[in-house]
Design a protein around this ligand. Sequence first.
Ligand code: NDP
Ligand code: 2IT
Length: 452
Amino acid sequence: MTTRSETQSTLDHLLTEIELRNPAQPEFHQAAHEVLETLAPVVAARPEYAEPGLIERLVEPERQVMFRVPWQDDQGRVRVNRGFRVEFNSALGPYKGGLRFHPSVNLGVIKFLGFEQIFKNALTGLGIGGGKGGSDFDPHGRSDAEVMRFCQSFMTELYRHIGEHTDVPAGDIGVGGREIGYLFGQYRRITNRWESGVLTGKGQGWGGSLIRPEATGYGNVLFAAAMLRERGEDLEGQTAVVSGSGNVAIYTIEKLTALGANAVTCSDSSGYVVDEKGIDLDLLKQIKEVERGRVDAYAERRGASARFVPGGSVWDVPADLALPSATQNELDENAAATLIRNGVKAVSEGANMPATPEAVHLLQQAGVAFGPGKAANAGGVAVSALEMAQNHARTSWTAARVEEELADIMTSIHTTCHETAERYDAPGDYVTGANIAGFERVADAMLAQGVI
Ligand code: NDP
Ligand code: 2IT
């Protein structure tokens, strides 16, 4: 029998190869390290997982598409962006994952997101594979007409790679209901098909699921609540710091407030707002969802309880809970040390990979409950899969039904991660639990389906 340390050195060797074969993709390397560094116990215990080529196949996308996206701005100037779709793994179902429009997008970023998505989607227990896409297009400051022309050009290439049984994109940073609408319209026009299940996050009158906009934030709060329950606590009366002010952050704040916690912050790339009375969601939604403004406008309009801190770190604000909901690597070692000094009890990742590896290590060493994104933020993609199910059946469920299914899925993900961690001698370590449980499901399907 191979020992855990022998297995770990094989995995370490593979990680070195991943770095050499995929140069200049630091986010992908980081995501691969984070998963492969926790798999030794399961690979050592179950020899079939050590089969040559299994993990090598898992870290290599099934298909990667990169394309030119030309479009005209309002002045008539031609702009050229780069489009991506990485179809990482379809052992469990059609590729599924969001599209990100942000200037920082490159192949390595999309590969890190696609890789995470494989395990996240496996943890939902639903039939969805892993993929991700996007563009280095920056929607900030662009008119509706520019965003529409961009989306139409993007879909004019993307359409040939996707389909309800093939690959089903959705939103992510910079892609919300407006963009999904323009993308769906162009897909329908080019293909001459009403294929509802080709995209999720659609509008509610034309195939979208109730609760999909809320699902990621709501799900993360339910995951945080489940972690607290393990420690004999609940959300009531806890103070929470939340970063970001987009889709995930807004509905995280909404659910925290509904369950009796006090969410006191939000942020964007210009700085953060702290509001002692708790974030006023109507005001935040007005500024972010309707006016597409910046968070300093919130502090200006809210009055004495709120202040805007330009730049700065939202993690300096003392709290019981932290729910990073903006972007990768936004919570580093220093931020983790500050949170620990201020007595944080739980950190639950609404964003994908917002905590750096050093931060995760520090938080876990300090006994803070840490919920990794692939488990904690899986509610969004889970309700996307429920949207696909509704589309397939040509029906739509009530908000109450979708919310109940979301709650069941989050409870089941929490239990799976918790029990898997215990089974592999890492009690309370949700990172190990999530990675191993997600891996087992995908690996079993890959082994059953042969070398492809
Ligand atoms: P949005 O575009 O709605 O909001 C993103 C927020 O994060 C904005 O406030 C934005 O500020 C801020 N932000 C983005 N990039 C940066 C950056 N580089 N530095 C500082 N702030 C930044 O995106 P979502 O809310 O949908 O996504 C947030 C996170 O959640 C991402 O990590 C995404 O991958 C993850 N996620 C999203 C899901 C979904 O269903 N939407 C599901 C699961 C995870 P600004 O406007 O100034 O850029
Ligand atoms: O990171 C994610 O899980 C998402 N952006 C949601 C993906 C989806 O297909 O709903």
